[in-house]
Design a protein around this ligand. Structure first.
Ligand SMILES: Cc1cc2nc3c(=O)[nH]c(=O)nc-3n(C[C@H](O)[C@H](O)[C@H](O)COP(=O)(O)OP(=O)(O)OC[C@H]3O[C@@H](n4cnc5c(N)ncnc54)[C@H](O)[C@@H]3O)c2cc1C
Ligand code: FES
Ligand code: FES
Length: 1259
């Protein structure tokens, strides 16, 4: 029997499944929809819940945030599990944390929100008035793809504000039963089920006995269980032995044998607190604590034990931070097995076979007099990621001082420890360097040079990459200077030993936008309409639709090899897994259907590979099982025999070399004459090449679809931006008429373009499976499948030649752009657009566009498709021109800005242009000139840290294709005047619904939006609608609702006349029905002409960065954006879009690197371990957004402009700022400037380009 409380109610479960996670159990409760799963590996925070339990360390009831996807259900014994619906909801009232997040505009798609709420709740339950720093640090383990984090962090930091009284979040709970704080005592029983056993022993002896009784190989000791997030595919054991109630392992002692001793069940967060408060630790312990803070996020550290981390390192060579920092700190362990106790240092521990042993404790020696300890962790992003390289160093002085004049005052080295992780499977200790340094004086130049040379030699034998080896040397140098402190030869060098400070972030206090109270609710800043529901778990996503009777679940079997023939598909191993019912294959497609989910005019793409696989990740079949986790597990068990058709083509260069090109995009030609002649006639000519990488949509809600057989065909609930194409795809595959497929969409947990075309595949596959099974089938993709099956933003390559005058005016731009389309030409969609000119006029353009065929998934349109790289490419050309002329690019840019009346290469007149004004305003508001000088001064004063400040302009063409249409239906209920609206547009966090409500309310003359509700979209109410994409969904749906409301107003004129001016809206509605007036209206809005562009959005952004020249780490110090948003319908929503898009762009340019296995083509960056979207500390420290004033858009709906995409293009300002910082670093060693960088500009790339050679290091 398992006992615990869930949201206030005691649960007794008689036959629980020891393999089940808490997340899986919570999702079975129909009352709890707010706990979401994205990664299933502890990396995103979507599944965070609060656990209230008695802590054996703190000796009190504690409330801690944990990742429910890693928390075993069995570990809930004796706990109180609290989810967001437990603390507040729409019936009883929302909790203060839910309200604060919603009101701060911190919720867009809302999929991440309950996780953030529960982390905030747990933080505040423990510490009602946390400092701003503690608050900001608390959310490192959470990801949000929509908001750019600024409003989320602001929401939580408002609790640090001392002007309000302290809020007791536990007192604010809306469920009375939750306030029962009485301690709940666990039963500590063992639980046995058919497939496995879970033991809760009370002593180490019992543990050892159980291990030997069941056989060591079939037992897993369980501490925090977070190791299952790292190694997900380990076989499930027969017996689990939990250390949760073994009190011998839960202790901290700070006064024995000269050190801090901690039991092995002590979590990383408990260890961190103990180090911070230890009596004898001083600086060394503080550094250990700081380093622990860099491990994962708070929810993981609340569960993860230090001992578990050491075992992962011992068994599987995990790059453990605990291991490295404790090795250098001189810690030792006490370990037990059946033969007794043993003490060992950590190096000896790594040699042990731990499978029969239990770690009991670790003792960390106190700091000795003069000891200098430091550690480093170089990560791909700020926190929540594993180290590229981690290192810890310790120096202990002898009492003897150097006798040479150089080092007279400096003690000789008595002991030294140097440890590195990340270079090889096990930690690397350069012993020759250590022994050389012993007895030597650090102050002597030759000691430094010799030790560096010795280390370089030792490192060269290690297996790591050149980047990691350079890092290792840089870190040693940093440590060396750290030991010397102020004894270094120049103050400029001290910049090496300090890390770039990251102050508490801010910026929204500087946001500037207009409101027009006379037009309210239009132009009023309002949060998303269902924000509070989303925060409290009341908002429904596809996976929250209650289970249908007889429902089953699907998971794709995907290929592990690209470019191969399938010789054999063997499902026997899949079918023998528990819960598996069937495998659906291409042979199950009805005879009148087709194995092709694409519709005209796209190239065909099979639902399941037919004989051949183009890319690794391509779906081969669909496993159907009784639960999603069983289907996911079984899908990995298929045995597939491939015969390679040759090495896969994975890059643009390989495709060009093999002439694998789809040439289906016509050239752009603008201007008079022959390109060669025009170019040849230019005063100056340059040529070059720039590259940009791939990006995944990385929506927090992975792709999912639920199909249910119904009497007239199939109901399909799909997370899609495009219900119409889902309908087409499902009907086509099944050979049914379109009216047999009823697609419904309420909201998406993020889309960003990734759920445009691809969701149709999901709809088709789920519909096929439901048809075959004759049962409802739900498919919820796990993150790894999602990342492997679908493509994203294509990588691209620009080759250009540019002609210009000596003054710097463009005369001719010839561009050839290649993009990686993937396995079909369908991935080419991006370059249908015309984004290559950005804000610059040139009398002559020719742009050739090639889509390359590679063995990767078809790519697709991700936020700002082709604009993001197109803008950057043009800015690189401008930078190159400026560099050639020896001028600043800030001078060249305005020289070429478009002016009113000029023509763009798309042959469109620029009828309105605010770029010059924005550019000047930005220079002023960002203090550009002054800060340029400050940057220069900083760079002169610091050798190893450099700064850059760069501004880029933007002209973004809002494109809409002929035939792009949305329909909206407005129904007014005569009884009370309430209004229901259905739109063809999909709400995915971009605020489409609230804007539609605002337009409807203000057009109908309502004071606010409270009488209006938006209903789910369906292909019955919105047939033949376009996909909600390209930023324009909100605007066109607003245009349609405007039309509907105007029609209604016209019909209601007679009623208003009859009732007089003072009649209320409900009175008007009631009277209208009496007068036999149809209180509904429908409109169909969009574009029927043949011009692609509606209007342009202008903007400019300026970004300042600092880089660490030695490691490649970056900090974005400040970003200022000014954007022309016309007259914003809702400034809250629009600021949110501008910030969110900009931060997604920062991810694209600086963090999100895609890697594949060159032989198999398999995606290596398929989960949160390998793929790194920005986290809360990757955003600019100071982040300001301003909207251009007095700029209503005559071509937009009610004066507005689209905001969903444009600002993503301005994120490249960070890349140019990094290029400047790098140029300054390279100038120190007379290396050439860096003009344009190939994206993504990762830590690795920055470090490589900083071009630091060993011989340049000096003390
Ligand atoms: C999202 C995420 C991010 C992470 N980031 C980092 C990071 O940046 N740096 C880093 O160093 N680590 C990181 N980790 C790893 C983390 O530190 C380990 O998962 C954690 O320390 C394991 O502890 P646990 O208590 O959860 O162990 P468990 O998962 O319970 O166990 C892990 C292994 O240790 C064994 N074990 C546990 N306790 C004992 C014991 N007392 N005696 C013998 N065997 C034992 C178990 O049987 C199992 O084999 C991350 C983990 C996650 C999930
Ligand atoms: S789903 Fe649990 S942390 Fe991502
Ligand atoms: S609001 Fe955070 S992921 Fe969408």
């Amino acid at each position: 029997m398992l006992q615990f409380k869930f949201n206030g109610l005691l649960h007794r479960i008689s036959n629980p499944d020891p393999h089940q996670t808490l997340y899986e159990w919570i999702r079975e409760q129909s009352s709890a929809k707010g706990t979401h799963r994205m990664c299933g590996e502890g990396g995103c925070g979507a599944c965070v819940v609060a656990i209230r339990t008695h802590s054996q360390i703190e000796q009190r009831l504690c409330t801690k945030a944990v990742n429910s996807c890693l928390f075993p259900l069995m570990a809930a014994e004796g706990c109180h599990v609290i989810t967001t619906e437990g603390i507040g909801n729409s019936r009883l009232g929302f909790h203060v944390t839910q309200e604060r997040l919603a009101d701060s505009n911190g919720i867009q798609c809302g999929f991440c929100s309950p996780g953030f709420v529960m982390s905030a709740y747990s933080l505040l339950a423990e510490n009602p008035r946390p400092s701003k720093q503690t608050t900001e640090d608390n959310f490192i383990g959470h990801l949000c793809r929509c908001t750019g984090y600024r409003p989320i962090l602001d929401a939580w930091k408002s609790f640090s504000d001392t002007s309000e009284g302290v809020i007791d979040v536990e007192d604010c709970q809306k469920l009375p039963c939750l306030n029962d704080k009485a301690e709940y005592l666990p039963s500590v029983a063992s639980v046995c089920t058919r497939n496995s056993v879970w033991y809760n022993p009370a002593t180490v002896d019992e543990c050892l006995h159980l291990m030997s009784k069941h056989g060591y190989a079939s037992v897993r000791l369980v501490a925090g269980n977070t190791g299952t997030g790292v190694y997900k595919d380990l076989p499930r054991p027969f017996s689990y032995v939990s250390l949760q109630f073994v009190s011998e392992l839960h202790f901290i002692e700070d006064d024995i044998s000269g050190g801090l001793t901690v039991g092995s069940a002590v979590t990383l967060n408990q260890l961190k607190s103990a180090l911070e408060t230890s009596k004898g630790g001083k600086e060394k312990f503080k550094q250990l604590a700081r380093h622990i803070e860099m491990i994962a996020g708070v929810p993981v550290r609340n569960r993860a034990t230090w001992a578990g981390g050491l075992v992962l390192a011992n068994k599987w060579g995990f790059t453990s931070d605990v291991l490295i920092i404790m090795l250098a700190a001189g810690a030792h362990l006490v370990i037990r097995d059946e033969t007794g106790c043993q003490t060992c240092d950590l190096e000896s521990f790594l040699q042990l076979d731990v499978s029969k042993k239990i770690i009991i404790s670790m003792t960390i020696p106190y700091e000795k007099t003069g000891e200098r300890y430091c550690s480093f962790k170089i990560m791909p992003r700020h926190g929540n990621s594993l180290a590229h390289v981690n290192a810890a160093f310790n120096w202990i002085p002898s009492e003897t001082k150097s006798s040479c004049s150089a080092g007279e005052d400096f003690p000789l080295t008595s002991e030294i420890n140097l440890f590195y992780g990340g270079l090889s499977k096990h930690p690397f200790r350069p012993k020759r360097t250590e022994s050389y340094l012993k007895g030597k004086c650090f102050l002597r130049t030759e000691v430094f040079k010799n030790s560096l040379a010795c280390l370089e030699e030792e490192i060269s034998d290690q297996p790591g990459s050149a980047f990691k080896k350079r890092l290792a040397l840089s870190l040693f140098y940093k440590f060396y200077l750290f030991v010397l402190r102020d004894k270094v030869s120049s103050k400029r060098l001290l910049s090496a030993s300090q890390s770039i400070p990251r102050p508490i972030s801010h910026g929204s206090e500087y946001d500037k936008f207009e409101e027009h109270p006379s037009k309210f609710p239009l132009t009023k800043p309002m949060p998303n309409v269902s924000a509070k529901l989303q925060a409290s778990g009341g908002a429904e996503y596809v996976d929250d639709i209650p289970a249908y009777p007889n429902e089953v679940h699907g998971a794709f079997i995907i290929s592990t090899q690209a470019n191969a023939t399938i010789k054999k598909l063997d499902f026997s191993n899949v079918l023998s897994q528990p819960g598996v019912l069937r495998v659906v294959t291409k042979d199950d497609i009805p005879s009148n259907g087709v194995n092709n989910w694409r519709w005209d005019p796209w190239a065909p793409e099979p639902v399941f590979a037919d004989g051949e696989v183009g890319y690794a990740g391509q779906p081969l079949a669909l496993v159907i099982a009784d639960t999603q986790s069983r289907a996911d597990w079984a899908a990995r068990k298929a045995q597939v025999l491939y015969e390679s058709k040759g090495k896969p083509i994975l890059t643009i260069d390989e495709a060009i070399e093999k002439n694998e090109l789809f040439c289906n995009v016509p050239d752009v030609e603008f201007g008079e004459g022959n390109p060669e002649e025009v170019l040849g006639a230019s005063e100056c000519i340059l040529e070059g090449e720039v590259r940009a990488g791939e990006q995944r949509a990385f929506y927090m809600e992975t792709q999912r679809s639920l199909a249910i057989p119904v009497e007239d065909g199939l109901d399909v609930y799909c997370s899609t931006q495009s219900p119409t194409t889902c309908q087409k795809a499902a009907a086509k595959v099944l050979g049914l008429k379109n009216n047999s497929i009823n697609v419904f969409v309420r909201r998406l947990g993020g889309g960003f373009g990734g759920k445009d075309y691809y969701a149709s595949f999901m709809a088709a596959a789920s519909a096929l499976a439901a048809h075959v099974m004759e049962r409802p089938v739900r498919i919820v993709l796990d993150l790894e499948s999602d990342m492997q099956i679908f493509g994203g933003r294509p990588s691209s390559l620009l080759r250009y030649r540019v002609g210009f005058t000596r003054e710097g005016r463009l005369t001719c731009v010839l561009q050839t752009v290649y993009l990686d389309s993937g396995i079909t030409r369908n991935g080419n969609v991006g370059y249908m657009y015309w984004a290559f000119d950005n804000a610059y006029f040139c009398p002559y353009w020719r742009v050739k566009r090639f889509a390359c065929k590679t063995n990767t998934p078809s790519n697709t349109t991700i936020r700002g498709p082709s604009y993001v790289d197109g803008t950057y490419f043009m800015e690189c050309i401008i930078e190159t021109v400026a560099n050639y002329l020896g001028k600043s690019s800030d001078e060249i840019r305005p020289l070429n800005f478009y002016k009113k009346g000029q023509m763009t290469p798309a042959n469109l007149p620029v009828t309105y242009c605010s770029i010059e004004k924005i550019w000047k305003d930005l220079a002023q508001s960002s203090d550009y000139k002054k800060r340029k000088i400050e940057v220069q001064n900083f760079n002169e004063q610091n050798r190893w840290k450099k700064r850059g400040l760069s501004a880029v302009p933007l002209k973004y063409g809002i494109a809409i294709y002929p035939g792009w249409r949305f329909s909206v239906h407005v129904a007014v209920y005569a009884e009370d005047g309430s209004i229901a609206i259905t739109t063809g547009g999909i709400e995915m966090g971009q605020g489409l619904h609230i804007k539609v409500m605002q337009v409807a309310a203000s057009t109908l003359g309502l004071e606010d939006v409270s009488l209006i509700k938006i209903k789910p979209t369906s292909v019955m109410t919105a047939p033949n609608n376009s996909s909600t994409s390209a930023s324009l969904g909100s605007e066109i749906n607003c245009a349609a609702v405007l039309d509907c409301c105007r029609q209604l107003n016209q019909k209601l004129e007679v009623v208003r006349e009859k009732l007089g001016r003072d009649a209320t809206w409900p009175e008007i509605a009631k009277e209208a029905l009496k007068m036999d007036i149809d209180l509904s209206a429908k409109a169909w809005a969009g574009r029927s002409g043949d011009t692609i562009f509606c209007y342009f959005v202008y903007g400019a952004a300026c970004t300042e960065v600092e880089i660490d020249v030695l490691t490649g780490e970056r900090e974005i110090l400040r970003t200022d954006i000014i954007q022309d948003c016309g007259q914003s319908m809702n400034p809250y929503i629009d600021v949110g879009q501008v910030r969110g898009a900009f931060v997604m762009g920062l991810g694209y340019w600086l963090l999100e690197d895609i890697k594949r296995d060159p032989e198999t083509g398999q995606l290596l960056t398929k989960n949160t371990w390998g793929y790194h979207p920005p986290g809360p500390k990757d955003i600019p420290v100071d982040f300001r957004v301003e909207f251009l004033r007095d700029a209503p858009n005559p071509l937009g709906v009610l004066g507005s402009k689209a905001t969903g995409e444009p600002s993503i293009c301005m994120s490249c300002s960070a890349v140019f700022a990094i290029a400047q910082a790098l140029s300054s670093a390279r100038a120190e060693v007379e290396e050439s400037r860096v003009i344009s960088l190939h994206g993504p500009v990762t830590v690795e790339r920055v470090q490589e380009l900083a071009s630091v050679k060993t011989e340049q290091l000096f003390i």
